[in-house]
Design a protein around this ligand. Structure first.
Ligand code: F6P
Length: 360
């Protein structure tokens, strides 16, 4: 008969996102108030887990953080299973150090808040025998088997407000305004902020673009008397030529590009249309600041469910939202996968009906 979860570690890993502190607060408060568990904070993601950078979390540590951006635990992009190096002092590999710290601190479980990389590592740690529960965090919304991740809605609010603001200056100056949003592998943020902001062109990683098609769309608008165009570009968008390249060659070519994709699109559009273009890269604005009320509620729901999963010993699962219900999804079913936008996605179809150009 297992003794149940008395003490668990909690960590945040990967790119930060609004809602992380809301989720940390919900996991810890539910665990302490409902189940008398002791949360152990782990600093800086999986790096802190391997280093043993742990501390006891108290109720006051998680009080007043619901609305705070970022993560009180700190984060890193450490991947203990990827090209592991033995520790200089002990000669132990990260995974062995993690298991040693897990035992040393008498942890009964681990709660990992993160995106694809984090939950893939979590699934591997579960295979090593650790009791792990994952929560889906990322502004990219690219985790499979959950309808949405926390952080996405706040980033969408930020990106859409930016597109709205740029709309007015584009109109005043009759310019092509190219706005780059985050979304390296999947274009959800670009698609939704483009539709919400009334973009004329949306370029996504999932739909390789032909710059001539985009130029035609801009010129068609100009001929119809619309002297400006709004182009939303996901940072992972690819031209049709780039889409044919091997991953390694694409990476090499992108490294040679001293600027991000939006500058290239803007330059090529200027060349093709003779119209003036300007660029805005939203970057980390989409990751910062207080979470939206939607994300506060979503992260709180995910966090409380995470504590229940610990109490019910539903280990090896991601807390997911499916058809408005919180459900457990085995971590191995999401590990190594990315939720891309299907070509028949209703939002794409709707965008096309409204005349949005996707560059194809
Ligand atoms: O995964 C979220 C994300 O913001 C991506 O959209 C972006 O490409 C990446 O993180 C940036 O990574 P970093 O914070 O390490 O620069």
């Amino acid at each position: 008969m297992s003794r149940g979860v008395k003490k668990f570690g909690i960590l945040t890993s990967g790119g930060d996102a609004p809602g992380l502190n809301s989720a940390i607060r919900a996991v810890c408060r539910t665990a302490m108030l409902q189940y008398g568990m002791q949360p152990i904070g782990i600093r800086n993601g999986y790096r802190g887990l391997a280093e043993g950078n742990f501390f006891e979390l108290t109720e006051s540590d998680v009080s007043g953080i619901l609305t705070r951006g970022g993560t009180i635990l700190g984060t890193s992009r450490e991947k203990p299973f990827k090209n592991p190096e033995p520790d200089a002092e002990t000669g132990l590999y990260p995974v062995d150090l993690i298991k040693q710290n897990y035992e040393k601190w008498e942890l009964d479980a681990l709660v990992c808040l993160g995106g694809n990389g984090t939950n893939t590592t979590a699934s591997l740690l579960a295979k090593e025998g650790l009791n792990v529960v994952g929560l889906p965090k990322t502004i990219d919304n690219d985790i499979v088997k959950t309808d949405v991740t926390f952080g996405f809605h706040t980033a969408l609010d930020v990106a859409t407000e930016a597109v709205d603001r740029i709309h007015s200056t584009a109109h005043s100056h009759s310019r092509i305004m190219v706005i780059e949003v985050m979304g390296h592998k999947a274009g959800w943020l670009g698609l939704y902020s483009g539709v919400a902001g009334g973009a004329d062109v949306i370029l996504l990683p999932e739909i390789p673009y032909d710059i001539d098609s985009v130029a035609q769309c801009v010129m068609k608008r100009r001929d119809a008397g619309k002297e400006f165009s709004i182009v939303v570009v996901a940072e992972g968008a690819l031209s049709k030529d780039e889409a044919l390249l091997q991953k390694k060659e694409l990476k090499r070519r992108r490294k040679l590009m001293p600027y991000s994709i939006a500058y290239r699109v803007a330059h090529e559009l200027e060349e093709a249309t003779g119209l003036v273009s300007r660029v805005t890269v939203l970057g980390y604005l989409q990751r910062g600041g207080t979470p939206s009320p939607y994300d506060r509620v979503l992260a709180t729901q995910f966090g409380a469910a995470g504590a229940h999963f610990l109490a019910e010993e539903k280990f090896g699962n991601l807390v997911a939202l499916q058809n408005n219900k919180i459900v457990p999804v085995p971590l191995e079913e999401i590990a190594g996968k990315v939720k891309n936008i299907p070509s028949d996605n209703p939002m794409i179809t709707t965008g096309r009906c409204l005349g949005i150009c996707f560059g194809d």
